[in-house]
Design a protein around this ligand. Structure first.
Ligand code: HEC
Length: 277
């Protein structure tokens, strides 16, 4: 079979299951699709985003990662993490295993509350429950530093997002998936158009990365912004790019989207924070 035909069948296959399949089937389709599309890329390397498929820019990126620009954020995050609240409690008291090495367990579907809980949401809830003001989800700062530190303590742990046997959890997953595949904005693109179908092709100066492996390395220090950027800010950046109205960071839409893409990254290692241009 020639490549074109294979690609067509794969895309068609992905589309047909995208609407009706179980999460396990979706996951298998995604993996098979990328395995066929980029036979040179080891599955474990998708944690490196675009550098898993764009070897020409990889070397430069690796030399940046030798002296990571986010090192200081991890240190600041650690200090914040270990500073007690006014009431004497600390972040560790809000999380399992005192908050160390748990990044891979987020997001999860909370069956008591009936919604997806992300790490950053949980950090702010921890603050509120201890009488502290929540941090902003935008423009780096203490939330991004805490999230970077907590991710760093999970380095090498494997994403294993579960979808509990609960209709509401399945709906949250489906909502995230729907957003991923729905064309939006004046330019009429879906996330999947760029991060599944056009992955690897040059879009202006950029190559969109594969859809699997996105959340493993967040938050990301972007040299273009000169600061850490959260996953939800990145979602908003991509929506702006196609001239669609972004949603609110940590709103239900992005939490469901994060649930979907994190499930699609199951089996990959946490390697956050990361750096990007
Ligand atoms: C018009 C094409 C396009 C669309 C549509 C698009 N993106 Fe992107 N996205 C890019 C490009 C280009 C980059 C920068 C290169 C890369 O992928 O790292 C990027 C980067 C990202 C990153 C950061 C990757 C990393 O490793 O740092 C995430 C996460 C992401 N996009 C998610 C999404 C989601 C979710 C949607 C839908 C809401 C979306 N994108 C829609 C083109 C697009």
């Amino acid at each position: 079979m020639n490549n074109f035909k294979t690609l067509f069948l794969l895309i068609f296959g992905l589309f047909s299951v995208a609407l009706f399949a179980s999460p396990e089937e979706d996951l298998q389709k995604f993996r098979d699709y990328f395995e066929n599309r980029f036979p040179e890329t080891e599955f474990s390397d998708y944690k490196n985003g675009v550098y898993s498929i764009d070897l020409s820019s990889r070397e430069q990126w690796e030399s940046i990662e030798d002296f990571p620009p986010y090192e200081i954020n991890i240190e600041q995050g650690e200090e914040l993490f270990n500073t007690p609240f006014k009431n004497g409690n600390n972040y560790a008291s809000c999380f399992e295993n005192d908050g160390i090495g748990i990044r891979q367990n987020y997001p999860y579907f909370d069956e008591n509350r009936g919604e997806v809980i992300t790490l950053e949401l949980a950090i702010n809830e921890c603050r509120k429950n201890n009488g502290e003001k929540p941090y902003s989800y935008y423009k780096g700062g203490p939330m991004a530093d805490l999230s970077a530190y907590m991710a760093s303590t999970s380095s090498g742990k494997i994403f294993d997002v579960e979808i509990p046997n609960d209709d509401r959890a399945f709906d949250a997953y489906e909502e995230g998936k729907r957003l991923y595949f729905t064309k939006v904005g004046q330019l009429n693109f879906s996330c999947a158009d760029c991060h599944v179908y056009q992955t690897g092709s040059k879009l202006r100066a950029d190559i969109p990365s594969p859809a699997i492996g996105h959340p493993t390395h967040f938050p990301v220090y972007r040299s273009s912004a000169g600061r850490l950027v959260s996953l939800h800010e990145r979602f908003a950046g991509c929506l702006n790019r196609v001239r669609a109205k972004p949603f609110k960071a940590q709103g239900e839409e992005y939490r469901n989207l994060e649930f979907f893409i994190s499930y699609m990254s199951n089996g990959l290692e946490i390697n956050g924070p990361g750096s990007r241009k």
